[in-house]
Write a protein that binds this ligand. Sequence first.
Ligand SMILES: *[C@@H]1O[C@H](CO)[C@@H](O)[C@H](O)[C@H]1NC(C)=O
Length: 377
Amino acid sequence: MARTILLLFLPLFLFFVLPTSFAAPVITYNVLNYGAKSVPSFDSTQAFMAAWTHACGSTNPATIYIPPGRFLLRNVIFRGPCKNNAIVLHMDGTLVAPFDYKVIGNAEQWILFEDVNGVSIYGGVLDGQGTNLWACKRDGRSCPTGAKSLGFRGSENILISGLTSLNSQMFHIVFDGCNTVKVKGVRVSAPGNSPNTDGIHVGKSSGVSIFDSKIGTGDDCISIGPGTTNLWIENVACGPGHGISIGSLGWELQEAGVQNVTVKTVTFTGTQNGLRIKSWARPSSGFAKSILFQHAVMTNVDNPIVIDQNYCPDHKNCPNKASGVKISGVTYQDIHGTSATEVAVKFDCSSTTPCTGIKLEDIKLSYRSKAAKASLP
Ligand SMILES: *[C@@H]1O[C@H](CO)[C@@H](O)[C@H](O)[C@H]1NC(C)=O
């Protein structure tokens, strides 16, 4: 009899308890309590995984705390979905990839978050230790592709604030299939001759914004892949690097387009390109439309404004067809500074699907103190 009463009252009890649990304090999971050690050869991967498992399984908001120190991590996937949608990684320390690039070089990602909702990363440093892998690639030896340092896949409501990413083996920060992402005050740093070390790559994602960041690297500072919509980039300094690039697009025959991209108040210093749209020269359903490039300052940039629909960086096995990627509605507004080459504006559009609605307003680019030239279609 007593048992029956208890069961009857249980739902009522839950009803009254649940609302108060929303006000419950954030639970902090310190990685040291899960066995992480700031010791050069100590592998803290399992400890970080254990802290994640607890934070992700918590029904209360959770903070994973990474104290000052250098923590060695192998490739790791932090998987959702989680039981709460407010997980903070509070990083006062540095995460270090294995010195031997072969350990993670064939894993696509070093640190990957997958299917998570409501993850924020504050502070911290990622050290990808890419130097030896780049040397291998530059020597033309047979090397692994390299791991991208930090990735989010199939995730939403992501915030990255005040993070530093150094010397990634490959791309530094990647968003693939994500919704509603804010990146703020991030610094990316790798040498100008490090291969494929894109700063931030956005693909198949919507509602990503990138603010107040400084990116110096050996490839694109920001690259924007197929299927990206509603992207906002503001107050970003790029250099060294290959600029801010939409593309490369049009590798696939069936490909999602890029739409509604705003890039404003950006600087390029000594970069190979400034504002670039690039596509391979082959048939494709891809497109780029409703793009605004506004308030950019170029300092000694090789190609400040460029649309290249015959993109083929190594000039090897180039498709040599006409690009099917339709580029339309692109506005360049208030772009000024210096070009390192005579032709500062170059539009090499597709012969079969020509660019339309390209607007240039208030463009002032000089080459050796004279007005630079434009090469139009
Ligand atoms: C374009 O994207 C921005 C965010 O970058 C968004 O605020 C705006 O509503 C989008 N515009 C359209 C027409 O979807």
